[in-house]
Every structure is written in structure tokens, then in C-alpha cells.
Design a protein around this ligand. Structure first.
Ligand code: OAD
Length: 253
């Protein structure tokens, strides 16, 4: 770990443009469950086919809306952790930093990160399922709804369609502009820091491969071992909230 940390810190220090590619693991220490961790991951407790597809929403909108409202209230309640804060702090040391996140919780922004590209949308931006107009729906101020609770989606003032969460579901395309911007940033970066992702969901998971192809160094931060394919990949094993502050300290202080 020490040797990898030193090597990673050296790349960070020399970098002109760093892309942070983040996944659910970066928010784990804030108290938000990941998707695929055994036992604690959301997809080990809930069926994505019943909750995270357009067909699921059409079949049972109240179940799907209730589940996302539970997650939205939770995201609203928790705080960014030292991992998010270290990522935001990178902008003070590196000429260009681009955050490309698969997360929908907005914790990077709340930690102070500037430009954040959202590949999977934001849970805080509900819109109409029918006409796609953005809808302003306050987060429930009382206790968050229990998981599994059915909640009727509010109706659109424009067309009376149902509100849907502003996230990308399985079977839906990524937002084109975000995807193009992410692709371009990765093509141009010299270091890609892949934090807290299983890199199991495509097309997002293509990005670390693209970085390698284009000659960048990829640093993985994960408590679990990460399989690597190139000599330009470095693995820092440990939770983001510990590894990232250590990495910054080593590189810049
Ligand atoms: P996953 O749940 O697939 O992966 C989370 C990763 O974070 C795993 O590799 C964990 O080992 C790691 N991890 C756990 N705790 C960590 C910590 N404290 N610090 C660093 N890493 C930690 O989540 P994602 O890769 O984000 O998509 O999943 C990708 C997409 O699949 C999500 O955006 C979501 C999901 O279905 C949609 O909803 C469209």
C-alpha cells in the first residue's frame, strides 16, 4: 500500500488534468448503501427489475416513487465525508479537475466540487414521466418514508403526467451531453482516479479503459481488490474516506 501510495501521489502531483470517476463507494462512509456489496448493497435487498426500469415504474409507479423518495430523503439528510472533501480539495492543487460520477446524491457538489458530470442523473431533479418537464417537489421534512412504502407520484402541472425520479434507469440511454463531456474529459486527462465503483455498469465502465487506451494512468481506490489489465493501473486498497486524504497529503503537503 505504501509503495502504491507513493507512486500514485507522484502521478497526482505531476498531473495537469485529473478525472475523478466515482461510484457508490465514495458515499458509503456518508451512510448511503452501495448497490453490489454483499449483504449491504441495495441490489442484494431490492430487485432492480421491480424498481429501476421504465417498465417497473409503469407497472407500479407508487412503489417506485416511494422507493426513490426514501433514497432522496436519505441523500438529503447525510453529509459529504472526507473522501468527497478530498476530491473537492484536489481543485486547489491541480490545474484541471473533472468529476464524472455515477452517483445521484449530489454529495460531490455539497462537498464543494465545481464541475460535476452526472452520468446517471440526480435524485434531486424529478421530472414528468410524460412531458419530461422538471418538477419542483420538496423533500419530505418529516421522517423519510420506510423502504417499500408506496407513495403516489405528484402530478405535472403542465400535462398531469406522473413525476419520476431524475435518474437513469436500466434500459435507458445516458444523457447525451453528459456522456460526450465525460468521454472528452477522459480522452484529455493524464490521471483517472476511479473511486468506489465496481465498474460493472456500461457504458460508464468503459471510461477507465478509455483512459488507459489514451495513455493516462488509472488509480483505483477501493476496499476490495481490483482486477487490473495494464501496468498503468495502480490500486489503493482501502475506504475512500481514508485513502483519499492520505493520497492528497502525500502528494501536496
Ligand atoms: P457498486 O455497488 O456496483 O460498487 C460499489 C463499489 O464501491 C464496490 O467496488 C465496493 O467495493 C466499493 N466500496 C465500498 N465501500 C467503499 C468505500 N468506503 N470507499 C471506496 N469504495 C468502496 O456501485 P457503482 O459502481 O456505483 O446505476 O454502481 C454503478 C451503477 O449501478 C450505479 O450508478 C447504479 C447501479 O445500478 C443506476 O442506478 C443506473
Amino acid at each position: 500500500m505504501l509503495e502504491s501510495l507513493q507512486t500514485a501521489a507522484r502521478y497526482l502531483k505531476q498531473a495537469e488534468h485529473i478525472v475523478i470517476f466515482s461510484g457508490a463507494g465514495v458515499s458509503a462512509e456518508s451512510g448511503i448503501a452501495t448497490f453490489r456489496d454483499a449483504l449491504t448493497g441495495l441490489w442484494s435487498r431490492f430487485d432492480p427489475q421491480r424498481l429501476a426500469t421504465p417498465e417497473a415504474f409503469q407497472a407500479d409507479p407508487e412503489l417506485v416513487w416511494g422507493w426513490y423518495e426514501w433514497r432522496r430523503a436519505q441523500a438529503d439528510r447525510v453529509q459529504p465525508n472526507p473522501g468527497h472533501i478530498a476530491i473537492a480539495e484536489l481543485e486547489r492543487h491541480v490545474p484541471r479537475v473533472t468529476i464524472v460520477t455515477q452517483n445521484v446524491d449530489n454529495l460531490h457538489e455539497r462537498a464543494g466540487s465545481g464541475r460535476v458530470i452526472h452520468l446517471h442523473g440526480s435524485i434531486h431533479d424529478p421530472r414528468c414521466f410524460s412531458c419530461a418537464r422538471p418538477m419542483q417537489i420538496p423533500v419530505a421534512e418529516t421522517e423519510p418514508p420506510a423502504d417499500g412504502q408506496r407513495t403516489p407520484p405528484p402530478r405535472c402541472l403542465n400535462c398531469n403526467g406522473m413525476a419520476r425520479p431524475g435518474v437513469v434507469w436500466f434500459g435507458e440511454a445516458l444523457p447525451e451531453e453528459a456522456w460526450q463531456a465525460a468521454w472528452q474529459a477522459v480522452e484529455e486527462c493524464d490521471v483517472l482516479l476511479s473511486v468506489g465503483t465496481s465498474a460493472a455498469v456500461y457504458p460508464a465502465a468503459q471510461l477507465p479503459h478509455l483512459a488507459i487506451e489514451k495513455g493516462a494512468t488509472v488509480i483505483h481506490v477501493n476496499p476490495q481488490p481490483v482486477e487490473t489489465r495494464s501496468e498503468r493501473e495502480i490500486v489503493l486498497i482501502g475506504p475512500a474516506g481514508k485513502s483519499l486524504p492520505l493520497l492528497l497529503k502525500k502528494a501536496f503537503y
